[in-house]
Each structure stands twice: as structure tokens, then as C-alpha cells.
Ligand binder design. Structure first.
Ligand code: BG6
Length: 304
């Protein structure tokens, strides 16, 4: 994005002492929030949250030090917005994994300073960024981010056309953790999941999840809060969601991370865990003409 665009964004949406827009060294436009509660950075490409850190605490979000912040490329870490499908497209193998929304520029449409000191910024996926060959449906898609003591993210899909359509979607959040050995993930006990690393077999979760090898699981029919207990950071991350019936837990482990090439170092995978709020597989969402569907998540931390 060129400099005048940053100037215009600041004229329209900056909030003194809370929100400003800037171009990163590589030219990528970002919104920077620094308020009484937290610091956050959001790229306009993909409306992708790159950082969120409550003041006085460790970062909540993991961003790979080797993330490619380049036009049209997906970013390793942060909160990728996967839309309008999750994972591989059901029928077209040439379509991008996790949909196109995460790699196209979004527009900022509003910013608000809230009475409690939080900062809200609203993004919209412009019609011109939607490849009609991949998505021939009329819709309005928004992402609303509220950075305060907690991080709240809402992905809203409105069907503005005359026929229903189905979407898969995710807030594919990468959490910063002290080390994979120190964490357990709870909230998915007894849930059914599709195990991608075991030929998509359908299994049932027994107890808490620990990460001791590659984990890539799509839990279905679950709306419960998930918790990441991190003994190393002595904190618990709470993921409280609405409008999401699937949860994906992912850590690529050694070989996959090495193959991906954007994890930073040989041990980069140890500092992250994805717990994604999703609608996929049997939980894809049908949106009727004129209807709106919202997937919203609140991320918070507690000391343990
Ligand atoms: C997860 C999937 O949601 O995303 C994994 O379950 C995938 O299978 C991972 O590897 C990362 O995807 P990508 O496209 O960002 O490399």
C-alpha cells in the first residue's frame, strides 16, 4: 500500500493515543493499537491479527519470525481468517487452502474508542477482492476486532443474494506458549474428531490433549470453551466462542514444520499451538438469502 493510503487511513480512522496506521518496512499496511489494556497489530491484508499482548503480560499470539509478510501470501502465525472454506476446497484442488480471504486486502470501515478503554476496528472484504470463479455468491463479509483486556474477534457473513450458500470458516489462531511440553488443552474431552494424521479416521478424545507428535484434529459438534493451560508461563488461555461448532487443534511437529520452511528455526514449532474456532466438515454453515451468520471468539488469559 502506498504512503497516501496510509495518510488517508490515519485521517479517517486514527484515534489519538490508541490507533494509528503505518506501513511495515516491506510496505505492508498495518493498524497498530496501543491502549490502556493491550498492544495489537493487524495487517490489512487478510484483516490478519499479527500480534496481541495484554500490557504487562507475555504475548498471547504467536507470529513466526520467518513469516512471509508479502502481498498475496499467507502469513505463518497470528490469526488467519479462513473463509469461505476451511482446508482444501471440497471439489476444486486448484483453489487456495483455507479460502482466499486471508491473502487479499481488506478495507477498514470504522474505528471506535470504547468507554472501557478498548479499541474496536472494523474491516470489510471488498467485492473487488472476491474471485468470482471461486465464489460466485453475493455477500458482505466483515471482521470486527476489539482489543482490550481481552481480544474479541467477530467474523460476520451476510448473504446479500437470492440463493442460499454454504461456508466453511475459521479463526485459525496461533497461540504463543512457553513450550509444547508445558501445555495441555482442555475443553474437548469426549468430543468426536477427524484425525488428519491418521487418514481422517473418526475418533473420540480421551482426556486433555497433550502435544508429543504432529497433531491435526478437527473436532466436530463442539461449542465449548477451550483452555490452554501453560505451566511454563503460569497462565491459562481461554477461548470462548459462539457460532462455531468445530474446533481444530494443530501443531505440525518437527518434519512438517521443517517442510513448511516458515517456522523460523528447527524448534519454532515448540512455541506455538493452534486452537482454531471453526465451522467445517459436517458443521459447514448454510446462510439463507438475507440472513447473517457470525462466528465470534473472545480470547482471555488467567493466571495459574
Ligand atoms: C490447519 C490444518 O488448520 O492449518 C492443517 O488443519 C494445516 O492441516 C494448517 O497444515 C496450516 O495450513 P496452511 O495452509 O496455513 O499451511
Amino acid at each position: 500500500m502506498s504512503q497516501p493510503d496510509i495518510i488517508t487511513l490515519n485521517q479517517k480512522f486514527a484515534i489519538a493515543g490508541q490507533l494509528e496506521f503505518a506501513a511495515e518496512a516491506n510496505g505492508m499496511a498495518v493498524a497498530r493499537i496501543a491502549n490502556h489494556h493491550a498492544q495489537s497489530t493487524i495487517a490489512l491484508q487478510g484483516a490478519h491479527i499479527l500480534a496481541f499482548q495484554p500490557n504487562g503480560e507475555a504475548p498471547l499470539i504467536w507470529l513466526s519470525p520467518a513469516a512471509k509478510l508479502a502481498p498475496g501470501k499467507s502469513i505463518r502465525g497470528g490469526v488467519p481468517v479462513c473463509w469461505p472454506w476451511f482446508g482444501a476446497h471440497a471439489t476444486a484442488s486448484g483453489f487456495p487452502a483455507h479460502g482466499f480471504a486471508r491473502t487479499v486486502p481488506w478495507q477498514v470501515t470504522a474505528s471506535t474508542a470504547l468507554p472501557d478503554g478498548s479499541t474496536r476496528i472494523a474491516f470489510e472484504l471488498p467485492q473487488s477482492a472476491i474471485p468470482s470463479a471461486q465464489w460466485p455468491h453475493a455477500c458482505r463479509v466483515r471482521l470486527i476486532v476489539t482489543a482490550g483486556k481481552t481480544l474479541a474477534v467477530e467474523l460476520i457473513t451476510e448473504n446479500t443474494g437470492n440463493a442460499p450458500f454454504k461456508i466453511g470458516e475459521a479463526l485459525h489462531t496461533y497461540f504463543a506458549i512457553s513450550d509444547v511440553d508445558n501445555v495441555r488443552i482442555t475443553g474437548l474431552e469426549d468430543c468426536v474428531y477427524l484425525d488428519k494424521v491418521d487418514d481422517w479416521k473418526r475418533k473420540t478424545q480421551a482426556g486433555a490433549i497433550t502435544i508429543t507428535s504432529e497433531v491435526d484434529r478437527l473436532y466436530v459438534n463442539t461449542e465449548k470453551d477451550c483452555l490452554i493451560e501453560d505451566a511454563g508461563l503460569r497462565r491459562r488461555i481461554r477461548i470462548a466462542k459462539r457460532g462455531s461448532r468445530s474446533t481444530v487443534v494443530w501443531n505440525p511437529w518437527i518434519e512438517k514444520a521443517a517442510k513448511m520452511g516458515d517456522f523460523g528455526s528447527d524448534t519454532g514449532y515448540r512455541g506455538m499451538a493452534c486452537v482454531e474456532s471453526v465451522n467445517a466438515a459436517e458443521n459447514v454453515v448454510s446462510v439463507a438469502p438475507g440472513a447473517t451468520h457470525a462466528l465470534s471468539v473472545v480470547y482471555s488469559t488467567e493466571k495459574i
